[in-house]
Design a protein around this ligand. Structure first.
Ligand SMILES: Nc1ncnc2c1ncn2[C@@H]1O[C@H](COP(=O)(O)OP(=O)(O)OP(=O)(O)O)[C@@H](O)[C@H]1O
Length: 610
């Protein structure tokens, strides 16, 4: 399994604390009136909630004051408790209703914040270098974004509408108890709340490790299963089903163990919380009963204390969960912030507009290494003359594709420059640079969309006639005609429903549709049969006529017509000239030519015919 360079479990110190508040603040401000209205609803709901026990108290006091014979139905005294009952019902409804209105109003705020944040990260990811993306598992990256945006929603909702109001209510209730009743009630409530919060925080901290471990194992088992299923064919080729199942099961066993510890820690948290709540409520009721017995409190007061306790401890019970989730949300958001802080190794700070005059490309004394200890290009110099075709050949791994990556500025060379018509590519905006370049890459990856949309990706405004033209040039008519859905055929994830050669032809067609000034063909026909290859090479010659073209090829027979051929070895150009000149030179190219001719009789005949 590939190792994922995921973000570290514990975020660095600079992300701790209230960093997220300042980041999220602008999103709250975007809908400030909604936020204000939601807060008003919150206050209304809380006032309703605090008044409920009082209504209950008056009710009970009134009912217990009626003597055993009851009262006549016409007596106005009868209507008082009925009015209270109605008020109680109305206030209870108001409490719930205001909560719902609040959610309705605030939902929009959280969704907008999620949308803005997700877009920001998405755009940022597209600015990061290829190296960053190569080092990451896309799935893990996507999970980081998903968790981050969900984290925002959770944090906004629960911080503003759970934690803060719960504490507001606590202060309100403790104040009311202290003002109206013997101090013992307020004191017990305060002590219980402090004990409850302290215990919840402590135990939550302790169990975070188990929660994280369970989550990690959950991701690992998923990744294991996914990797195995993605490699479905390889598993069959090597009859490795048993091995795969065992590896999956061993990951599952670790997940099971992690879940066990997680459950145990949850048990400790919940039982401890329940104990604190029960002791507090029990002692409050004990005192309340005592005060009723000695006549200092009424039955209504007894009911009120009981009701307050219920009202307080229900959200408090929830606090353990909310605290844990808020911590997790903060960690997830911090991961997302780390992504946003990630800087591209390749800086896009060129400001000169790119002026294409002829389309000459010069690679000037390039030195480049992906890893410092392993140089790939060692002072390579090469000129692509304007309007000419230059072929680059050389052993596998010699650094040919690396040249194209440097040209597209996926990486910057450590030394040396690349100049287009005399302008260093670093000095121009990347967008402008890439607009004048077209490539048929070694491995074509397609969007999981229709053939047509994959082609139009190069130039969405292209006409049908232009599409038909490039389809013909890239020899794609047969494929389009044979597929029942024609151009509307969906090509599957990464284009996996097409053959290697078909994908290459689509890549050729869409590059032709882009009509770039400089064309790069990186082994553009390597997956094609010799017949189709010849046809397409003829088309490539045709379309690249008058354009600057760089052709990277393994099969030398495909580049014998090039205006110049450069042979790369050990990070340098070791030979350069036309096919005939290089053959006559009897050097590396001639040797390569001989070797290929021997191994491919058909190609030999083809080349001799030329
Ligand atoms: N992102 C990367 N990180 C580290 N090394 C890399 C990276 N990309 C390529 N390499 C290494 O750089 C060397 C040159 O790669 P490159 O793709 O340029 O070779 P190539 O000449 O195009 O080979 P081929 O003909 O097989 O396509 C290879 O040895 C490869 O392993």
């Amino acid at each position: 399994m590939k190792s994922s360079q995921s973000l570290p479990d514990t975020p660095p110190d600079r992300y701790r604390g209230w960093h997220w508040v300042t980041t999220l603040w602008p999103y709250l401000m975007e809908y400030r009136w909604r936020v204000m209205a939601a807060l008003l609803c919150l206050v209304a709901a809380k006032l309703a909630s605090v008044s409920m026990p009082f209504l209950l108290k008056y009710q009970v006091d009134h009912l217990s004051s009626v003597d055993k014979q009851g009262i006549a139905p016409a007596d106005w005294w009868l209507w008082f408790p009925l009015g209270l009952l109605l008020a109680y019902g109305a206030v209870r409804f108001l409490n719930v209703f205001m909560g719902e209105v609040r959610d309705l109003l605030f939902g929009r705020v959280t969704e907008r914040a999620m949308r803005r944040m997700a877009l920001k990260v998405f755009e940022h990811l597209h600015t990061l270098s290829l190296e960053f993306h190569l080092n990451r598992q896309t799935g893990a990256l996507q999970r980081d974004i998903e968790r981050g945006t969900n984290g925002i929603s959770f944090l906004l909702r629960f911080m503003i509408f759970n934690i803060i109001p719960t504490f507001l209510e606590l202060f309100l209730v403790i104040g009311l108890l202290l003002a109206n009743y013997p101090p013992v009630f307020g004191i017990i409530t305060a002590v219980a709340v402090v004990a409850y919060v302290a215990y919840s925080v402590k135990v939550t901290e302790w169990r975070t490790h188990y929660v994280r471990e369970a989550n990690r194992m959950d991701s690992t088992t998923h990744a294991r299963a996914l990797d195995s299923l993605l490699n479905y064919e390889t598993v069959k080729y090597f009859t490795a089903e048993r091995r795969e199942a065992e590896a999956y099961d061993s990951a599952l066993a670790q997940w099971e163990q992690a879940r066990r510890m997680n459950r145990f820690s949850l048990f400790s948290l919940n039982s401890g919380q329940a104990l604190i709540v029960s002791v507090a409520m029990g002692s409050m009721l004990l005192f309340a009963a005592y005060y009723v017995l000695i006549g200092r409190m009424t039955l209504g007061d007894f009911t009120l204390v009981n009701a307050f306790m219920f009202q307080l401890f229900v959200p408090l019970n929830f606090l353990g969960f909310v605290y844990r989730e808020i911590k997790a949300s903060m960690a997830n958001i911090e991961r997302m912030f780390e992504l946003l802080d990630e800087q591209s190794a390749v800086k896009d700070n060129g400001t000169e507009p790119l002026h294409i005059r002829k389309g000459e490309v010069v690679f000037n004394n390039l030195q480049f290494a992906y890893q410092p200890e392993r140089p790939i290009l060692k002072g390579l110099s090469l000129t692509l003359e304007a309007g000419k075709t230059l072929a680059v050949v050389g052993a596998s791994g010699a650094g040919k594709s690396t040249l194209t990556k440097l040209l597209f500025r996926f990486y910057d060379a450590q030394q040396g420059d690349i100049l287009i018509d005399g302008q260093a590519i670093q000095s121009v905006p990347q967008q402008q640079l890439r607009q004048v370049l077209g490539i048929v890459p070694q491995d074509t990856v397609l969007f999981n969309d229709t053939l047509k949309n994959n082609l139009l990706y190069a130039r969405p405004q292209a006409t049908d006639a232009e599409l038909t033209d490039v389809i013909r040039m890239a020899h794609l008519q047969k494929l389009v005609n044979e597929c029942p859905a024609g151009m509307e055929t969906v090509v599957g994830e990464r284009g996996l429903k097409l053959s290697g050669g078909e994908k290459q032809r689509i890549a050729i067609a869409r590059m032709l549709l882009k009509r770039p000034a400089i064309m790069v063909f990186d082994e553009a026909t390597s997956s094609l049969d010799s017949h189709t290859e010849r046809g397409i090479m003829a088309e490539i010659r045709e379309v690249s006529r008058g354009h600057t073209a760089l052709i990277i090829a393994h099969r030398l027979s495909t580049v014998v017509d090039a205006d110049a051929i450069a042979v790369i070895d050990d990070g340098q150009v070791v030979e350069q000239g036309t096919h005939q000149q290089l053959l006559a030179g009897g050097g590396a190219y001639a040797a390569l030519w001989q070797a290929q001719q021997q191994s491919d009789g058909v190609e030999q005949t083809d080349a001799e015919e030329k």
